[in-house]
Design a protein around this ligand. Structure first.
Ligand code: ADP
Length: 486
């Protein structure tokens, strides 16, 4: 699906916010200007009213203005100030006098209206068809004790024109601003979403065969760049997992094909010519042996597959490692003796660990099996169990062929067999140690190896001990440690 809907909502949101912002700014400007113009006009009218007082004479209800008519400045001021001008008696509310311009605007105030203005605000609006006025209500008291309401006015024409003009500008700019906001919002959201779309398209087009591909990075460390990086890391992990899977499948096929080819060859040779009963028996016995190896191999593969799928749950109980190692050493002694190898055991008493006895047995047997497999006749295999730094340690040492330094880091990998030419003579598919490593890891333990080619190997398993055992370090988890000596 295209990002159309997200883009539309982003654009709409951006446009709505911009409109709100523009409208608010316009309203703010409008009100600020109105306030400023009103304050200016009010200040001017107050000043004018105060100046006019100096010229005003009211005696016995008669109004006159005392000024020098020859002075053009004074004449101009008086003419201006008295253009919109009227005086009411503050007590009776009756009109005393008013200017021509005021008269032309229409009827005078009713007495009650005029009296209301005496007590009312300092400024009054007066709107007529011809003009809108702002009137300053000045109250004055004459020497004879009478009081008057003196109104001096000014037209609001300029103020209103300025405001109307601003209003028109806002009205014109607002839709233009909205259009601009929609366009820029659309453009911007498109720009922001394009890399996302590219990312989506790249992820959609990704198949198992081109997991090596990586998404282009902008390199400017923003969120999108980070997202591409996360995707690339994921592709990397997928690539590794798929490579591992392919490897596993290839190895399985290879490992299965070898004994199958041998079985097939034997059967073909047996069928090619008639044999005695004893001859057929020998072939069948040899085949039975091959079948045994095959099922052992398949069993290991299945165990590893199930272990990797997390289908195997290991018990966590107290296991007497000393007793377990002793019985396994005794068990292997017979096999070793048949190869001319001596098995010795140096076991501290009652070293207990937390784990699964069945799986631990499997791990130790694997180590013993390897030690015997890779040790020539006359050699020695030694099993040791003791405590070390609060952990239980089981060691399997041999005086065998050892492992080359470059092979050492790989011995725990699946299907890895060091030096195939040397390992050729012995059975194995390179699965044993990877299983041992998994078992130890699952029991919160560690496995270490030290080896010297031509001298022998030392495999060590370190396991957590029960809590009541002082110095126990249950819960520790490490990968295998390897160290060569040659
Ligand atoms: P395999 O089934 O081949 O024994 P493992 O996973 O048990 O597979 O071991 C992997 C490889 O590590 C072996 O093929 C061998 O080369 C090497 N190896 C393991 N144990 C020993 C040992 N005790 N002495 C020498 N080499 C060993």
């Amino acid at each position: 699906m295209r990002h159309f809907r997200l883009r539309t909502s982003l654009t709409l949101f951006y446009a709505a916010v911009s409109t709100l912002l523009l409208a608010t700014t316009g309203a703010l400007f409008y009100n600020l200007l109105a306030y400023q113009l009103d304050s200016d006009l009010q200040a001017e009218l107050s000043e004018r009213g105060a100046a006019l007082r100096g010229y005003l004479r009211i005696e016995g209800g008669m109004v006159s203005l005392a000024y020098d008519a020859a002075d053009p400045e004074e004449s101009f001021f008086i003419g201006n100030a008295t253009h919109y001008f009227q005086i009411y008696d503050a007590v009776t509310g009756s009109l005393i006098t008013r200017s021509e311009a005021m008269r032309a605007l229409g009827p005078q105030y009713a007495p009650d209206e005029a009296k209301g203005l005496v007590r009312g605000p300092d400024f009054t609006h007066l709107g007529t068809d011809q003009v809108e006025l702002l009137l300053h209500n000045d109250r004055i008291q004459t020497a004879d004790g009478r009081s008057y309401l003196v109104q001096v006015g000014a037209p609001l024409t300029h103020r209103n024109a300025a405001l109307r003009q601003l209003f028109n500008i806002i009205l014109l700019l607002l839709p233009a601003g909205i259009v601009l906001a929609v366009l820029s919002g659309y453009w911007m959201s498109g720009r922001v979403l394009r890399p996302l779309e590219e990312l989506g398209a790249a992820a959609r087009d990704m198949t198992i065969s081109d997991l090596h591909r990586r998404l282009p990075r902008t390199g400017n460390r923003d969120e999108l760049d980070r997202l591409a990086e996360i995707f690339n890391e994921m592709f990397g992990r997928l690539e590794a997992a798929v490579a591992q899977m392919k490897d596993f499948t290839a190895s399985i096929s290879h490992e299965l094909r070898t004994p199958l080819t041998a079985l097939r060859g034997e059967a073909e040779v047996a069928l090619a010519s008639a044999r005695s009963e004893g001859g057929y028996r020998r072939v069948l016995e040899s085949q039975l042996e091959e079948f045994g190896k095959l099922s052992h191999l398949i069993d290991r593969m299945l165990t590893i597959a199930r272990a990797e799928a997390g289908q195997i749950k290991l018990a966590r109980s107290v296991v007497n490692l000393s007793n377990l190692a002793r019985s396994l050493a005794e068990q292997m002694e017979i096999v070793a003796a048949s190869k001319g190898i001596t098995v010795t055991a140096e076991l501290d008493d009652d070293v207990a660990v937390i784990g699964d006895e069945g799986w631990l047995e499997r791990a130790i047997l694997n180590l013993l099996d390897n030690a015997i497999k890779f040790t020539p006749a006359g050699g020695r295999v030694d099993v040791r169990v003791h405590m070390q730094d609060g952990e239980a340690m089981l060691e399997v040492l041999d005086t065998g062929i050892g492992i080359e330094a470059e092979a050492l880091p790989h011995v725990f990998e699946r299907f890895y067999r060091a030096d195939p030419s040397r390992s050729k003579q012995v059975d194995g598919a390179g699965l044993g140690l990877s299983l041992v490593e998994w078992i130890v890891r699952e029991q919160n333990g560690r496995i270490q190896v030290q080896s010297r080619a031509g001298h022998g190997s030392n495999f060590r398993i370190l396991l957590p001990v029960p809590a009541e055992n002082p110095g126990g370090q249950a819960g520790k988890h490490h990968g295998p440690a390897v160290s060569g000596d040659n």
